[in-house]
Design a protein around this ligand. Structure first.
Ligand code: 3PG
Length: 400
């Protein structure tokens, strides 16, 4: 795959697809700007070499309609602060307003366009929309690893249309996550939490011959415990009990240690002042809900993690949003942060948690991809990456 290092960008109009789909709170404030920061090396590289940098992204799921609460203007403002560089925002993704703004750009300028998903044509990968997007660029750069699993106009269509290159973040993600698939230093441990099992089944199958230990916490632990015939009270159990049973059987046949919690925090209700009690897994009360891993489990998981040389973590250990049920997740973040091992954090909510705990710097790599990193590690082709790999010839960058 060609990267931005393979092309002269001086004075060229470079369209960069970034993933500025950052979490925004009810007051319209960005709560984690990790994805914006992660794009800076590519943007800086292009600016320093005199490119006219046109950034495009989606934010949220506006379903093809204009929605001011999902405007990308806040990301443009944040980028300007991070880079200490003026950033112009244009309130359109295509059309005359964009054309005029791009015509006025000189080398080293940065412009952010409006949310692509205000147009239904983006998700439909509509050829006319692709042509409109591409009309203001000479070169396309894909740096949106977080959206690489989507077959959208700004990811796949435009990469087929213009000379296309990978940005530095996309490259780094593939190398860092690829490390797990290629030759992870062993022992290699995977720590899973969160609610959904389905997206983890394929991943585990794909790494079965490389992983030594699987630790399971979070909501999904209830499903595993249930599949092992424990009573889990009112905990939410994935319908797909078979998936958990399948993972356990596969782990066994590959001699992988699969550890479930030995004790859990349970509560009767989830009101803001709810309190939890720590119980052994044999004693989960009929009306109890599992909301965190227990103290014994924290210490068992800690010991396992401490012997490992590669760790991949995805998913919180409990209901992290409720401070009283966030202890297990915090403990795991702290342990992983101090390991002398390659530590890789799957994106999405786990990346947000690590950022909030100010632990991101302590990890070897925090992926910006949620769904895309899970799919990549499952061995699935990502359309956004595939299209760049297929591009064998460099088209004429002068094409308008
Ligand atoms: C993500 O946050 O996973 C990406 O930005 C993709 O967003 P989507 O799931 O709405 O396509």
């Amino acid at each position: 795959t060609l990267t931005i290092r393979d092309v002269n960008v001086n004075n060229k109009r470079v369209i960069v697809r970034v993933d500025f789909n950052v979490p925004v709170n009810g007051d319209g404030q960005i709560t984690d700007d990790g994805r914006i920061r992660a794009s800076v090396p590519t943007i800086e590289y292009l600016v320093e070499r005199g490119a006219k940098v046109i950034l495009m992204s989606h934010l949220g799921r506006p379903e093809g309609h204009y929605d001011p609460s999902m405007s990308l203007s806040i990301t443009a403002e944040r980028l300007a602060v991070i880079m200490r560089h003026p950033v112009r925002f244009v309130g359109a993704s295509v059309g005359p307003e964009v054309e005029q703004a791009v015509d006025a750009m000189v080398g080293g300028d940065i412009t952010v366009l409006e949310n692509l998903r205000f147009h239904p044509e983006e998700e439909a990968n509509d050829p006319q929309f692709v042509a409109q997007l591409a009309s203001v660029g000479d070169i396309f750069v894909d740096d949106a690893f977080g959206t690489a699993h989507r077959n959208h106009a700004s990811i796949v269509g435009i990469a087929e249309y213009l000379p296309a290159y990978a940005g530095l973040l996309l490259e780094k993600e593939i190398i860092s996550l690829g490390h797990i698939l290629e030759k992870p230093d062993r022992p290699f441990c995977v720590l899973f939490g969160g609610a959904k099992i389905s997206d983890k089944v394929k991943l585990l199958e794909n790494v079965l011959d490389k992983v030594d230990t699987i630790l399971v916490g979070g909501g999904m632990a209830a499903t595993f415990l249930k599949a092992n015939n424990y009573e889990v009270g009112k905990s939410i159990v994935d319908e797909n009990l078979e998936a958990a049973a399948k993972i356990m059987a596969k782990a066994k046949s590959h001699n992988i240690r699969l550890l479930l919690p030995r004790d859990v925090i349970v509560t009767g209700d989830l009101t803001p002042d709810a309190r939890g009690v720590c119980v052994p897994i044999e004693n989960i009360p009929p009306l109890g809900k599992i909301v965190d891993i227990g103290l014994l489990t924290i210490s068992v998981f800690t010991k396992e993690l401490e012997r490992c040389r590669t760790v991949f973590w995805n998913g919180p250990m409990g209901i992290y949003e409720m401070p009283q049920f966030s202890e297990g997740t915090k403990a795991m973040a702290e342990v992983i942060g101090r390991l002398h091992a390659t530590t890789i954090i799957g994106g999405g909510s786990t990346a947000e948690i690590v950022a909030e705990l100010k632990m991101a710097e302590k990890m070897s790599f925090v992926s910006t991809g949620g769904g895309s990193s899970m799919l990549f590690l499952s061995g699935e082709a990502l359309p956004g990456v595939e299209v760049l790999q297929k591009k064998k010839t460099i088209c004429d960058p002068g094409r308008k």
